[in-house]
Design a protein around this ligand. Structure first.
Ligand SMILES: [Zn+2]
Length: 335
């Protein structure tokens, strides 16, 4: 039996949270709402992040009702994609030419992990079951060359921080391997902070089931499907399995259509999802995710793929992120 979760934004729904939930409650086992969007604003009364006041009432009513009706409540959080926090250029991630990404925080920032951890605790104080963490990796292999990253990584490859370039790293396979390892360590150290916060919130609230953190991983042919994603974004699926146990596989975020069954591209996609078997065998849970699913055909397509790869949970949104074109450009543009 496949499960299906839709992540909503308040703008998706033109009636009150109460009317919506009470109308659809009998069809839903779980449902999601955005808690912090890519602009960095929270939809609940955060003491940490800036707040979209107009959505507080909706958010709180939504969460209260899903809990009261026994629906598995899910809240979405954009992590390193945070337009508000990135107002301060010192946190922006950049390539070796000094081109800064004005919407994206460098993942090598302990103070931002702490910021994220506070947000997890704040959301965890509500009766919700799960947080979907979006944007938890590096933008791409060409990042990050901010001052802090240069200073930390350059000595590992016997280079001067200000002379460190992407070319210098990639022309030596050992350097490149160190680069991947070092970046991956940052990504998972950050996740460790968030998981600790979730566990702390379990203790504070005494919730029966632990608050789940599902970590988005991007899987696109442009970035080498699941294997390529390790180097490009810094993911280590086994470590995610150890840290949060839940992974949310964002299918083809940079490509408009999924390959059709029977094509060689489809077979490649299925093969690249083999890691899910091991992930699940070790007690992890994987979900398939796709932005902008609006037709029944798209949904059937996802469900069929889920069946072929042994994933029984499908998560979708109606929309692509508001800053989608910028994200796509920064993920697969030329550097
Ligand atoms: Zn950096």
């Amino acid at each position: 039996m496949q499960k299906m979760l839709i992540m909503f934004k308040p703008e998706d729904i033109d009636i009150s949270a109460k009317d919506f939930i009470s109308t659809y409650a009998s069809y839903m086992e779980d449902v999601g709402i955005v808690g912090k969007g890519p602009d960095g604003y929270a939809l609940y009364p955060s003491r940490t992040a800036p707040v979209r006041e107009e959505h507080i009432e909706f958010f709180e009513e939504w969460v209260r009702l899903t809990d009261a009706l026994g629906i598995h409540g899910v809240v979405g959080v954009d992590l390193y994609t945070d337009g508000w926090f990135a107002r301060d250029p010192k946190y922006q991630t950049m390539n070796d030419k000094g081109v800064k990404m004005e919407h994206q925080i460098c993942p090598n920032r302990k103070e931002f992990w702490q910021y994220g951890a506070e947000i997890v605790k704040e959301i965890g104080s509500y009766p919700v079951n799960e947080i979907l963490l979006f944007g938890t990796g590096f933008i791409r292999d060409h990042f990050c060359f901010c001052e802090r990253c240069r200073k930390e990584f350059a000595p590992l490859v016997d280079q001067e921080p200000n002379r460190l370039t992407y070319q210098f790293i990639t022309e030596n396979p050992e350097h490149h391997e160190k680069w991947h390892q070092w970046r991956s360590d940052k990504v998972h150290e950050g996740l460790g902070y968030l998981q600790e916060a979730a566990t702390e919130s379990d203790d504070t609230t005494g919730r029966e089931q632990p608050l789940k953190l599902s970590v988005e991983v991007l899987l696109d042919p442009e970035t080498g499907l699941s294997e390529g994603a390790k180097g490009e974004y810094g993911y280590d699926y086994a470590r995610i399995g150890e840290i949060t146990k839940n992974v949310l596989i964002n299918l083809y975020p940079w490509s408009p259509v999924l390959p059709t069954k029977g094509s060689s591209e489809y077979d490649d996609l299925v093969e690249s999802l083999y890691f899910v078997n091991e992930f699940t065998r070790r007690g992890g849970r994987a979900s398939l995710f796709r932005w902008g699913v609006t037709t029944v055909e798209q949904l059937q397509e996802l469900k069929a793929l889920g069946k072929d790869v042994g994933i029984d949970r499908i998560v979708t949104t109606f929309h692509y992120p508001s800053d989608y074109s910028r994200r796509r450009e920064s993920a697969i543009g030329n550097y």
